[in-house]
Design a protein around this ligand. Structure first.
Ligand SMILES: [Zn+2]
Ligand SMILES: [Zn+2]
Length: 358
């Protein structure tokens, strides 16, 4: 990639070092000083203001993520894939960079595809064979004073959407992709497994299109949050009735939930799995799937749904209300992970807040 000449630089692209939060080693997070990434044509420098952390970041911390085990992510690892920030500088012709302006609030796609491989050429960017994922592998994350990203991976945040909502766009896109993939129609009965960030966003979204949305949770706090966000009935695992649902969204990542999903789906029912189970499924009676005509689909990520997710937050269909457990400064990143690790609360999301340089 070519470095731009001065007349191809909009805004002031700082150099030197910056503060970042990183997974330093297995089970150890802390603050580090790293180089500010330099300007490259077509790239934008953004100063993140809010960064959400989630179970995926915990997998990085524990060293259990596949990309840590296979060496794609190395320590110290600057994480952060759920974020919002402000455009600081653009490496490109200012006159032609009308899509983005200095100072714009933006969110960024987690998956950065190559554009040239077979999957990309067929329009399946999220199946790219050269994929990089922001904050996971191949691309520094947003828990830093600055992040450099391709201009086309950024989406402008509409004015009335606050930073917490914008940072929730990343988990929301996968929920939207799941509902889109299985199709949810007016009057249908939906069951959501899980009351974490994805589960609660699925409840918020599905209640607008389905007839009823019920939820399965494992604790009072999560179930209470789901009921406040529009779920009609709440069940503990094993309590929902067999065959009662047209659509099941599995957002807990628990293996028993996937098995229960197969039972509670009605004849012709559709199941979307967005939670990633850590263990293999025990033997499944495949005749159930065939004879009852049940469809089960895995949803990798909602790469093409960022604009829609932000619009839904802007219109109040999705909301950050009741979603944020606590917010920490970058220097207190260890406390943020401690809270996330401690487990379930009514509000599922832990966030970091960054103060932009003057
Ligand atoms: Zn996440
Ligand atoms: Zn590709």
């Amino acid at each position: 990639m070519l470095p731009p000449t001065d007349d191809l630089l909009c805004g002031r692209w700082p150099n030197g070092s910056m503060k970042a939060a990183a997974v330093m080693d297995v089970n150890k997070v802390g603050q580090v000083e790293v180089e500010i990434p330099g300007p490259e044509l077509g790239y934008v420098l953004v100063a993140p203001t809010t960064v959400g952390i989630c179970g995926t970041d915990l997998e990085l911390l524990h060293g259990t993520a596949s990309y840590v085990r296979d060496g794609r992510a190395t320590m110290p690892h600057v994480f952060g894939h759920e974020w919002v920030g402000r455009v600081v500088a653009i490496a490109g012709n200012c006159q032609y960079s009308r899509q983005l302006q200095i100072g714009d609030r933006v969110v960024g796609q987690t998956m950065l595809s190559c554009g040239g491989c077979r999957a990309c050429q067929r329009g399946h960017r999220n199946e790219c064979s050269q994929l990089k994922e922001v904050g996971l592998y191949g691309q520094q994350g947003a828990a830093a004073e600055f992040i450099r990203l391709p201009a086309q991976s950024l989406t402008k945040v509409p004015p009335g959407v606050d930073d917490f909502s914008a940072a929730l766009a990343e988990p929301a896109v996968t929920v939207l992709a799941a509902l889109d993939k299985v199709g949810v129609f007016p009057g249908e009965r939906v069951l959501v497994f899980g009351t974490g960030t994805m589960g609660l966003l699925a409840v918020q979204m599905a209640r607008r299109v389905a007839g009823t949305v019920d939820v399965v949770g494992i604790d009072d706090a999560g179930i209470g949050a789901a009921l406040r966000m529009g779920a009609e009935h709440a069940f503990l695992p094993g309590e929902a009735r067999d065959g009662d649902y047209d659509v099941v969204i599995e957002a807990s990542g628990a293996v028993p939930a996937l098995l229960e999903a197969l039972r509670v789906a009605d004849v012709g029912g559709r199941i979307a799995a967005v939670g990633v189970p850590n263990d293999p499924l025990p033997a499944v009676d495949a005749s159930e799937l065939v004879l009852r005509g049940v469809t089960m689909t895995g949803v990798r990520h909602g790469l093409d749904y960022y604009e829609r997710a932000l619009r839904l937050f802007s219109e109040g269909v999705l909301s950050a209300k009741g979603m944020i457990a606590d917010v920490f400064e970058l220097a207190d990143v260890d406390k943020a992970f401690e809270l996330l690790e401690r487990g379930r609360r009514a509000a599922p999301k832990v966030a970091l807040s960054l103060t932009p340089r003057p």
